[in-house]
Write a protein that binds this ligand. Structure first.
Ligand SMILES: C[S@@+](CC[C@H](N)C(=O)[O-])C[C@H]1O[C@@H](n2cnc3c(N)ncnc32)[C@H](O)[C@@H]1O
Length: 347
């Protein structure tokens, strides 16, 4: 169901934008980032444009390489990447204590891989919130193919200003998405507002860990590569996320960087020294093949101009992620389970 080949990949590249506009979008996107002279304040002020450009340009590559779920996973020995991704999703349903028929919100839902899985796993109704039009259209198509239209739907909106009444949902989760928020407190406050009192919010956050040294030039370079390659304004530390939850009004039930006890490192699929047939497209050899196919398709005009440059910044992201993971200064799975108190007011 996900992207079958390189032609399929390039046909979706650029998302909803005109193919002729891809190259200038790449230029504009790169200029937001530190490696190209961009400033954090500018990325935050223009986060909608920056993040949407990023996902218009990269969604096809994600789907081609990862499938329908765009996230990493804690992984056990003997477990395939696909199995670990599903288990990582089931874990959220379990932590939220989801019950059949409940109304659940997926904040920053991508093309809906996790929401289809969680809705089927827990017999709940899941709404996916996403601000990217192309991802929503792709998600709707995949919902229809999977036959989950009665229990899964999408809403196009910004998670900083959600179009839902107060106290709407029985459970809320976010997978590697709220890292795109220009301000964590503002985002968590919106989640708090639309969650019913006494109910739970669980997430996997992208964070810099306690080992990150903001004065270390190598650490800063890795952080900038991940920000450029992943459409992020500024990667927060685990402590900043924890504090932001409390400021938003949540009780934090438990939190932990799950990468610390993942027997198989989460970054292994992207590590150049690793080879796997089952996730071949993510390996160095697989990426080399993709690179050459994209190059050829761009040359003969079947892929839009700029396609290869998208792959270049995604490669940078992969390098930054692997380096950040190996040095343990970055994690894509700072997990927390938080509760809106029964007395929870909206202020
Ligand atoms: C790395 S993807 C993760 C997608 C999904 N959670 C998954 O695991 O497959 C991050 C998602 O957050 C969405 N997103 C980023 N900023 C957003 C915003 N301000 N409002 C709503 N969605 C946003 C992106 O469009 C994208 O779908």
């Amino acid at each position: 169901m996900s992207k079958a080949g390189a032609l399929d990949l390039t046909s979706g590249l650029g998302g909803k934008m005109e193919k002729k506009d891809v190259l200038s979008a790449v230029d504009q996107y790169e200029k937001y980032h530190g490696c190209y002279g961009g400033e954090e304040e500018d990325r935050k002020a223009n986060y909608t444009d920056m993040v949407n450009k990023y996902y218009d340009l990269s969604t096809s590559f994600y789907e081609y390489g990862w499938g329908e779920s765009f996230h990493f996973a804690q992984r056990w020995k003997g477990e395939s990447l696909r199995e670990s991704i599903k288990r990582h999703e089931h874990f959220l349903a379990l932590q939220l204590g989801l019950k059949p028929g409940q109304k659940v919100l997926d904040v920053g839902c991508g093309i809906g891989g996790p929401l289809r899985e969680i809705a089927r796993f827990s017999s709940t109704n899941v709404t996916g919130l996403n601000n990217n039009e192309y991802q929503i259209s792709r998600g709707k198509e995949l919902n229809r193919i999977a036959g989950v239209n009665n229990t899964c739907n999408f809403v196009k909106a910004d998670f900083m200003k959600m179009p839902f009444p107060d106290n709407s949902f029985d459970g809320i989760y976010a997978i590697e998405a709220t890292c795109h928020a220009p301000d964590a407190v503002g985002c968590y406050k919106e989640i708090y507002r639309v969650l019913k009192p006494g109910q739970h919010f669980a997430a996997y956050e992208w964070c810099m860990t306690d080992s990150f040294d903001p004065k270390n030039q190598e650490h800063l370079k890795i952080k900038a590569e991940v920000e450029l390659g992943d459409g992020l304004p500024d990667i927060r530390t685990t402590k900043q996320c924890f504090e932001a939850l409390k400021v938003a009004g949540f009780e934090v039930i438990w939190e932990k960087d799950l990468a610390e006890d993942s027997p198989v490192p989460w970054y292994l699929p992207l590590d150049k020294d690793h080879f796997s047939l089952s996730s071949f497209r993510l390996t160095a050899v697989g990426r080399f093949f993709t690179r050459n196919m994209v190059k050829a398709l761009e040359f003969i005009g079947l892929a839009p101009q700029g396609s290869q440059r998208v792959q270049d910044f995604l490669e940078k992201a992969a390098e930054g992620l692997v380096a950040g993971g190996k040095k343990e200064i970055f994690t894509p799975m700072y997990f927390f389970l938080a509760r809106k108190p029964l007395s929870g007011s909206q202020e």
